[in-house]
Design a protein. Sequence first.
Length: 194
Amino acid sequence: MQLNKLVAFYKAMGDPTRIRIVRLLAGGPLHGQAIAGKLGLTPPTITHHLKKLRDVHVVFERRDKNTIYFYLNEKVLGQQAKALTQLAERQGEELDEMDNATNQERQKVISNFFTTEGKLKNIPAQRKKKLFVFEHIVKGLKKGVKYEEKEINEYIKKFHEDYATIRREFIINHYMYRENATYELNPEEMWAKP
């Protein structure tokens, strides 16, 4: 199942009126007037929603003389639910693989930009590498501790002499926040992502 088809399906289903139409059609085929009456909506509104559902093959229609009946395509609903489940299962595997690749890349950047004594040779120009470096530095700070600016400067100087630039980058990339010259680590979820 292609990802764009899955996205189109869930976009179409992301409307309360369309979900109500699907629920109605689960009880059997109905014509547009009947759907409009049961939902208390105008026929043009129902026509609009049915078109969206037809576009993703959730409903199909059959003509009986002058009346068009809409049927629920339960097979498509089942396929889409299954596709999302399979995607979620594969996603976990792919994320693990991506995490391993990212960790290897991170380790390579750390070994390239830091001396064996732990000093930063230079601040990388590439954003991703820069974030790996800053994350490595900031990991030595304690969560929940408020640091005075002088303490942060001294800490950064252990790694690199340009403490002002690195301190500024800590704020810009949301590793820390500053209030009245006091610095504190943000939760990792807020940190800029490489």
